[in-house]
Structures are given as structure tokens and as C-alpha cells.
Design a protein around this ligand. Structure first.
Ligand code: FO1
Length: 313
């Protein structure tokens, strides 16, 4: 069995859990694989929201109220864009913009996104590895009654209010997992699907050719955490998406999506009564406090997952 803890994560809950793991595992034992399906080109700059949420969270810089961007950031560039008649609905702060600037600069110099993330992490004092799922472009597209929307138009501009008719990851067939991701999956002793949206956060990662198969065939202990608590997503559109796409909009519905991938499914204490249904699917159901409001909550959930995974029962 491998020695690594590998966490698959979007922004939000997954990033908080990443911080919980990072607080108790040395950098050489933790790898976080992040979603790049919600990346966008913003005035020519490459913005990677989920990777940056992970980066800023591990660096202790993330804005805790918004859950994205940098705490205390200013928005002078955005204001100036409006002077030129632009409508910058995607609110990139001034310091956050620097990440997009150097990322784009380094990519143009020929660095891979994986190397860019490594360098950004190093400069911010983050020693735990944040790996993009792929170095190739993949874009999550949401089919709605208004037509197909790129992810950030659906999510931010239109406030994820449109009914979801389908989801597509443009470019994913041609995308390849990086050697770093494949090596991490190969060396995983514990594999965790974080409490992130199963369709638009974990879904794109699993859709990269080879990743789902590598997880399925991995002998690691595999654990998923429900992003739905009492049938509600703490943030974002997960529960509505579940319903729109014909899945049961609760933890049992999420467990069904992951039943071929993991052996253990963690439900929140608020959903304890659903545990027997999860067990009937052939998964081991574990009830835990999954809502991470404080750094202590993150640490406690990460510790509990490590205990669960290491337990022979
Ligand atoms: N989320 C918003 O709800 N509104 C924004 O204006 C916004 C800007 C933004 C800028 C940089 C960045 O890295 C993330 C940003 N996010 C914003 C978060 C992001 O759209 C989503 O939370 C993720 O894509 C979903 O995980």
C-alpha cells in the first residue's frame, strides 16, 4: 500500500479539508489534485479559481467570508475597467490578479501548469503539493434552457439559477493526466474524494482519461465525503444540479455516484438516519461532523478521515 494521502478537490469544502490535512501531514505525504474545469481566460489572463482557492487557503490568505480571492484585497483594476465601459462581473481583486499575471507569463514562457502551481506555491510558502488534474485545457460547459454556458458565466454571472440540462467537459477527451497525478494515484495509501460538488468539481477530475480507472483499480483505502448536508449544499448549486440531472438530492444520491470508486462514505451527523441506505449500497457509512466552520473543524474532520482509512474494521 502506498504512503500518500491524495485528496481530490474543488474550491470550497475540499479546500478547507485540504487545510485540515496539511495541518497534520508533512508535505511529502499529501497531494491535492485540483479541478481546472472552471478555469477561464479573463482579459487574456489565465485564472484557475479552484487551484487558487486551494493555494490561498493553504497559504492562510484566502478571504474567509467569500471563500475565494485574497483577504483584504482591493479592486482598483475592476473599477478602472468600468471607466473603459467594461462590465467585469468576474471580480478579480488586485492582488489576486497578480497570480493570473504571473501564471500567464510563466505559461507563455513554456512552463506547464503543474510547474506554475509548484512555483506559485513555493513563493507563498505552501509546501504541500497542489496538482492540476491535467496541464491540458478542459472547460466545464453547462447546458441550460438559455443555451450552453461556460462554467463561470453559469456560476457567477447568472448566479447558478438556470436549470441544468447537461454538463460537458470540453477538451477532456484529448486531455491527459499529468505524470505527477498518475504517480500520486499510484502511490496513494489513502484516497479521498473531498466534500466538493460531484458534477462540476470532482466530475471533471474523474473525467480526465485514466484518472477514474486509476482510482478504481487502486488498492488504497478510498473515502468520499458528502458535500450535501441535510439535502443542502453549504455553498453552490450541488443539490439543484442533483435534482435537475435526475439524482436523489441528498447524501444517498452522492453515495450512489461514487459507489464504484470508494469503500467508505462519510455523511454528516445531520444525515445519520441515511447511513443504513448507504450501507445497503455496499459502502461502509461513517457519520461525522463534516461542516467546517473553524480551523479546528477542518483538523477534526481530516483526523477522523485518517482514522477511518487506517482502521481495519
Ligand atoms: N466567485 C463569485 O461568486 N463571484 C466572483 O466574482 C468570483 C471571482 C473570482 C475571482 C478569482 C477566483 O480565483 C475565484 C473567483 N470566484 C468568484 C470563485 C469561483 O468562481 C468559484 O467559487 C469556483 O469556480 C467554484 O469552485
Amino acid at each position: 500500500m502506498g504512503d500518500l494521502v491524495v485528496l481530490l478537490s474543488g474550491g470550497g469544502g475540499g479546500a478547507k479539508l485540504a487545510a485540515g490535512f496539511a495541518a497534520q501531514l508533512p508535505p511529502e505525504r499529501l497531494v491535492i489534485v485540483g479541478n481546472t474545469g472552471d478555469d477561464l481566460d479573463w482579459y487574456g489572463l489565465r485564472i484557475c479559481p479552484d487551484l487558487d482557492i486551494l493555494l490561498y487557503t493553504l497559504a492562510g490568505e484566502v478571504d474567509p467570508l467569500r471563500g475565494w480571492g485574497i483577504q483584504g484585497d482591493t479592486f482598483a483594476v475592476l473599477e478602472r475597467l468600468t471607466v473603459y465601459g467594461e462590465d467585469p462581473w468576474f471580480r478579480v481583486g488586485d492582488r489576486d490578479l497578480t497570480t493570473g499575471l504571473v501564471r500567464t507569463h510563466w505559461l507563455r514562457q513554456g512552463m506547464r501548469l503543474t510547474e506554475v502551481m509548484q512555483r506559485l506555491s513555493w513563493q507563498l510558502g505552501v509546501r504541500h503539493r497542489i496538482l492540476p488534474m491535467t496541464d491540458d485545457p478542459v472547460r466545464t460547459m453547462i447546458r441550460t434552457p438559455q443555451g450552453e454556458l461556460d462554467f463561470q458565466t453559469y456560476f457567477v454571472r447568472r448566479g447558478h439559477r438556470d436549470p441544468v440540462r447537461g454538463i460537458r467537459f470540453a477538451g477532456v477527451e484529448e486531455a491527459r493526466p499529468t505524470p505527477e497525478v498518475l504517480e500520486a494515484l499510484d502511490r496513494a495509501g489513502i484516497l479521498v474524494l473531498g466534500p466538493s460538488n460531484p458534477f462540476v468539481s470532482i466530475g471533471p477530475i474523474l473525467a480526465v482519461p485514466g484518472i477514474r480507472e486509476a482510482i478504481r483499480s487502486s488498492p488504497a483505502r478510498k473515502v468520499a465525503i458528502s458535500p450535501l448536508v441535510a439535502g443542502r449544499a453549504l455553498k453552490g448549486p450541488a443539490e439543484g444540479m442533483m435534482r435537475d440531472l435526475g439524482h436523489r438530492p441528498d447524501a444517498v444520491g452522492v453515495a450512489a455516484l461514487y459507489r464504484d470508486l470508494v469503500g467508505v462514505f462519510v455523511l454528516d451527523t445531520a444525515d445519520a438516519e441515511l447511513a443504513p441506505e448507504v450501507e445497503r449500497m455496499g459502502l461502509r457509512a461513517v457519520v461525522a461532523e463534516t461542516v467546517m466552520r473553524t480551523p479546528e473543524d477542518r483538523l477534526a474532520l481530516a483526523r477522523r478521515i485518517l482514522e477511518i482509512a487506517e482502521c481495519e474494521c
